[in-house]
Design a binder for this molecule. Structure first.
Ligand SMILES: C[S@@+](CC[C@H](N)C(=O)[O-])C[C@H]1O[C@@H](n2cnc3c(N)ncnc32)[C@H](O)[C@@H]1O
Length: 361
């Protein structure tokens, strides 16, 4: 079925079409991405109609009656290259609204999250934003505006925009089903490549401790591809309940043991000494302070996957090395990777630390 884009338009006699098209082009009023329609002896032309454009048309000596009409895109492929801003501008028929939202959309299952910069416009354009997001992503059912991630559980503040009012969904990542409730748990779909890369790197490991597991994406990715034993810990009961659901939904090779604990206390008190081939610590604000404890808990041949926020990789390495110095340099950095943009000029890095027992100097 062809997509219908509603737009402001003018209907004119076909004999005036060339003259009026010339004026519309000069005033930059013509919506070039939409197909002009011909109905009997009339031509229906899609236009932008802000005040400046209307004044311009007026100054060219044309008085036009504007009405709403439904148009098709001129090129079907334009929909693939079009971003949310452009789509919303098309729907609303104004070029200002695009400035108020992000051009990208985060999709978690059938829920879309977008950034809205002009909150006062949210109420007015709720329906148009919902329509724009669903046109670009037909499988989306629900749309929220994203706020900041905060609190101990690292849950994102959200504001409902439109669609079905729900917060729970099933997200699919590299073929793995992950139950997520965006109102109760942390989840970032931009980490999917990271989850998969770490699982592949650790496919040799038999025992893994995932200290800040959340809804368990690292644990699920690892258990999907390798026959390993994973201890998945978190302080957020809702997140662990969702992880249990995900374990039921996926056919896993490995076994995930779930522990509802304060992982910081737990590791500082050296729970499970020397038992794990690898430890994952994805609590980027705090995890680097746990390096010395983690080195005691990992096997001497083991690895620590640490996530850290910093301005650049050198700063991240310095922060880690300072901690390693504190615990008499029992570990060395063996690799690093820039994972995500976190804030302006702040990034999340993954730093891998190996036990120094492996390295000869
Ligand atoms: C940044 S999220 C990471 C979630 C997951 N690893 C992922 O990649 O989606 C951090 C998680 O740490 C948990 N957390 C924070 N403080 C904790 C603590 N003291 N003990 C255990 N879990 C904690 C939060 O509940 C949250 O689920």
């Amino acid at each position: 079925m062809e997509m219908c884009i509603e737009s402001n338009a003018i209907v004119i006699d076909r004999r005036r079409a060339n003259e009026i098209l010339g004026i519309l082009k000069r005033c930059k009023a013509l919506r070039k991405e939409l197909k002009i329609k011909h109905i009997n002896d009339s031509v229906v032309i899609p236009i932008y109609s802000d005040d400046i454009i209307l004044k311009c048309i007026d100054s060219q000596g044309a008085t036009l009656n504007i009405s709403k009409h439904c148009f098709e895109y001129k090129y079907r492929e334009i929909i693939h290259g079009i971003d949310l801003r452009k789509m919303l501008e098309n729907i609303v028929g104004s070029r200002d609204i695009g400035e108020c939202i992000s051009s990208s959309i985060d999709i978690i299952g059938d829920i879309a999250l977008i950034e809205v910069y002009c909150r006062d416009l949210l109420e007015r354009y709720r329906e148009a934003i919902t329509e724009a997001v669903i046109k670009l992503n037909p499988s989306v059912r629900t749309i929220y505006a994203k706020g900041i991630v905060e609190g101990m559980h690292r849950v994102r503040n959200i504001v409902f925009i439109g669609g079905e009012e729900k917060t729970k969904t099933i997200h699919k990542e590299h073929g793995i089903l992950i139950a997520v409730d965006i109102a109760k748990t942390y989840f970032n779909p931009s980490l999917s490549t990271e989850h998969s890369l770490v699982a592949k790197e650790l496919s040799y490991a038999r025992s893994i401790l995932d200290l800040f597991t959340g809804v368990g994406p690292f644990a699920l990715h690892i258990a999907k591809i390798s026959n390993s034993y994973i201890v998945a810990c978190d302080i957020n009961r809702d997140a662990l309940k969702l992880l249990r659901e995900s374990i039921e939904m996926n056919r896993l090779k490995g076994y995930i043991d779930i522990l509802e604990i304060d992982s910081i206390n737990f590791i500082e008190n050296r729970g499970f000494i020397g038992k794990f081939d690898a430890i994952i610590m994805n609590l980027p604000h705090h995890a680097y302070k746990l390096i010395c404890s983690a080195l005691e808990v990992v096997k001497s041949s083991g690895k620590i996957y640490l996530y850290i926020i910093s301005k650049n990789v050198n700063e991240a390495i310095d922060m880690v090395n300072r901690e390693l110095y504190e615990c008499r340099a029992k570990g060395v950095i063996s690799s690093y990777r820039k994972v995500l943009d976190y804030a302006p000029r702040r990034y999340i890095y993954r730093i891998v630390i190996e036990n120094i027992a492996l390295h000869k100097f």
